[in-house]
Design a protein around this ligand. Structure first.
Ligand SMILES: Cc1ncc(COP(=O)(O)O)c(C=O)c1O
Length: 398
């Protein structure tokens, strides 16, 4: 390149999935039929009325102009009603909710609004890789905190508090947790809010998975004292099967929201009106709609558990969310080798846990975003390669 990119680009790597999907694409071009159980992109449809609303607004000539930076009032009100109904949280739609193009962009806006170069940011390990890359882009310093099976994938707050927290500005949490599938709870959020308050740390919960295989909904914002110190991101990507539509929100005290808007309004304009109107409709889906989506996930989850069994992985059955997280057998060298072997031999792609951090190194993650038929086929293929391997072992070839 004749022109050098900015130094900050060197601080982030190409997203693991973008590299892996390119490899899968090459394998497919060479004729391999790959089943991908990697990414959590819901394959079921949004509700019929959501799509009908999109269409009905898209044909109106007045729908195509720029939209307000803060989203249409009907969308903010719909988010507010949704939070009251499911999370028992009262949010003022005028100034405590900011619609976003998915929660991922919110991670960037929050970081740019609150993290100065040199500020430390507490990031879960394992956790969603975007928290780290965005912190790097914002000039913050990553401070990973451990989440491990032994402590139920909850942070060890006492250990954290023994360390120097004076430069920590922000802490990312994500319950229900991806990738471990751990639920949030009132007690956990109370402890975290108290910790954040004592140490003057902005606590952000990224909450896109509450509605998948779970009906015990918790918001960080329902915790007493959370308004002063906490924000929550939410999204329609997984909860309403609308990942490609790009609709999410951030909620919290109006002062924090104003600062986030200061950043966001300089980067993009409001979302396409028909998308916003469709999201209003989606947020009013009856409870039976969530149940019907979950009925499909329940069946798929059973097959995914069987895949984990075939792979001799241990997993916690109480996991919620769009994935199953399993511990690889002791005799397997690494999750990366295991995943590569499964991809090459069975032509099934599974996410290796190391991409979520060091504490994910002995784990793999399987997505529920594939039809039952595909999942069963994946299981059959893996079983066949395992059988073959066992046979070879018996014959002493490996
Ligand atoms: C923990 C977590 N946060 C945020 C996102 C991004 O969601 P959105 O589509 O709302 O940007 C994902 C997507 O995979 C995720 O797993």
């Amino acid at each position: 390149m004749k022109v050098k990119p900015a130094d900050r680009t060197g601080k982030v790597q190409e997203y693991y999935f973008s590299k892996k999907l390119a490899q899968i694409d090459r394998m497919r071009k060479e004729g391999a039929d790959i089943i991908s159980l990697g990414i959590g992109s819901p394959d079921q449809a949004p509700s019929d009325s959501t799509i009908a609303n999109l269409i009905s607004y898209a044909v109106r000539p007045e729908s195509h102009g720029y939209q307000s930076y803060i989203g249409i009032p009907a969308l903010r009100k719909a988010f507010s009603d949704w939070y009251r109904k499911y999370f028992r949280v009262e949010l003022n739609p005028d100034n405590e909710i900011l619609p976003l193009m998915g929660s991922k962009e919110g991670i960037m806006h929050i970081s740019l609004a609150f993290v100065n170069p040199g500020d430390e940011v507490l990031i879960p390990d394992p956790g969603y890789p975007t928290y780290s890359s965005v912190t790097n882009l914002a000039g913050g310093i990553i401070r990973k905190y451990d989440l491990v099976e032994k402590t139920g994938w909850h942070p060890d707050i006492e250990a954290l508090e023994k360390s120097d927290l004076s430069r920590v500005k922000l802490m990312w949490i994500n319950y229900p947790h991806m990738p471990s599938g751990t639920r949030g709870s009132t007690q956990l959020f109370e402890k975290l809010v108290a910790f954040a308050t004592r140490n003057n740390i902005l606590l952000c919960n990224d909450n896109p998975y509450s509605f998948i295989l779970n009906n015990d909904y918790h918001s960080l914002l329902e915790t007493e004292g959370a308004r002063e110190i906490a924000l929550e991101l939410n999204s329609l990507s997984k909860s309403h099967n609308m990942a490609g539509w790009r609709i999410g929100m951030v909620a919290g005290d109006s002062g924090y929201i104003k600062e986030i808007l200061r950043v966001k309004s300089n980067m993009d304009s409001g979302m396409f009106l028909p998308v916003q109107m469709a999201a209003v409709e989606a947020l009013h889906n009856p409870e039976s709609w969530y149940e019907s989506v979950n009925t499909v996930y329940v069946r798929r989850r059973k097959t995914v558990e069987e895949i984990m069994d075939v792979l001799c992985c241990n997993y916690d059955k109480s996991q919620v969310g769009l994935f199953l997280w399993g511990r690889i057998p002791e005799n397997v060298a690494s999750c990366e080798d295991y995943v590569e072997e499964i991809l090459n031999e069975a032509h099934v792609f599974i996410t290796p846990g190391f991409i979520f951090g060091e504490n994910g190194e002995r784990y793999i993650r399987i997505s529920l975003c594939a039809t039952e038929e595909k999942l069963k086929e994946a299981k059959e293929r893996i079983m066949k390669t395992r059988r073959k391997e066992k046979g070879e072992r018996r014959k002493g070839r490996i």
